[in-house]
Design a protein around this ligand. Structure first.
Ligand code: SF4
Length: 284
């Protein structure tokens, strides 16, 4: 009997997921989950949201009465220039704005030249009370067409990463520095980042996450107000106005450089530990 289309699609999805774990060097985990020979840190199998993950995402965000002081917060970062303080001033730590109010304020935005080539504003997607936010650079063609962040090839990889953490996309919040697609997927220009990033800051202040993961250099440089390379800071805890922030590689970079997936997985394990998610370590 010929295989049904649903079965073929399911098998393909499973194949892609297994390939993702292969790329992370986690093949022994799903070949033999009871084996104690591996020293690698293993993800929770992401077939469904784990109890611990579900619980932590239901909890209210922690109060932010005192700034966090991770070990790396004393790092100095180069300022972007005169526009830097203005960008910071645009955000309000005590914000009680809702995401809906911020989206209403954005409206059919024409604040920068990206409005002329976009099809859809991609504001953000996910849990408005998420404890974990992923911030990318800007929408691509698929996102521009669908109005949702990270739905193309890089988005599928991000979804796999989220599921490998034992979470679901609906548990986290995902957005970008700029809300409109830069033509040809070029990097957003400084004036575009300056025009759009205050809405990102307001989104972060509204959600008040426990952890912000910056996907790629643009997100990292925008939040940290620096022009330094992400490679110096990738995988390190930094402070963004009292929020714990960790930069890692963008999924699009991982598509071009699969070997870097293992580094990203190490970074995500730090995030999992910070959020109290299950990080399984094999016995020595
Ligand atoms: S990128 Fe941001 S600031 Fe520029 S037009 Fe789009 S929504 Fe407005």
């Amino acid at each position: 009997m010929p295989e049904s289309a649903a079965n073929i699609a399911r098998n393909e999805k499973l194949r892609q997921r297994l390939q993702f774990y292969e790329d992370l060097g986690l093949a022994p985990f799903y070949r033999d989950r009871s084996s104690s020979s591996s020293q690698s840190v293993q993800p929770h199998w992401p077939a469904s949201l784990s109890d611990s993950a579900s619980q932590i995402m239901k909890e209210s965000p922690l109060p932010k009465s005192a700034p966090m002081t991770p070990a790396t917060t004393s790092r100095s970062v180069a300022p972007l220039g005169s526009s830097g303080p203005l960008l910071f001033d645009a955000a309000n730590k005590l914000s009680t704005e809702t995401l809906l109010q911020i989206r209403d304020d954005l409206g059919e935005c024409t604040r920068c030249k990206l409005h002329g080539t976009r099809h859809t504003i991609v504001f953000g997607d996910g849990n408005p009370k998420a404890q974990l936010i992923f911030v990318g650079e800007g929408p691509g063609a698929d996102e521009d067409a669908q109005g949702l962040p990270f739905v193309g090839r890089a988005g599928k990889l991000l979804t796999q990463m989220i599921e490998a953490m034992g979470l679901n996309r609906r548990d986290v919040y995902i957005c970008n520095v700029v809300k409109c697609r830069p033509p040809g997927n070029r990097q957003p220009e400084p004036d575009e980042v300056a025009a759009c990033s205050p809405f990102l800051f307001r989104q972060l202040d509204s959600i008040k996450p426990k952890v912000i993961v910056c996907l790629g250099a643009t997100a990292f440089q925008t939040l940290l107000q620096t022009n330094r390379s992400i490679s110096h800071y990738r995988g390190q805890w930094l402070d963004y106005r009292g929020f714990k922030m960790l930069p890692t590689y963008h999924p699009a970079y991982l598509l071009r450089n699969p070997a870097a997936k293992a580094d990203v997985w190490k970074d995500l394990q730090k995030v999992m530990a910070e959020l109290g998610l299950e990080v399984k370590k094999k016995a020595k």
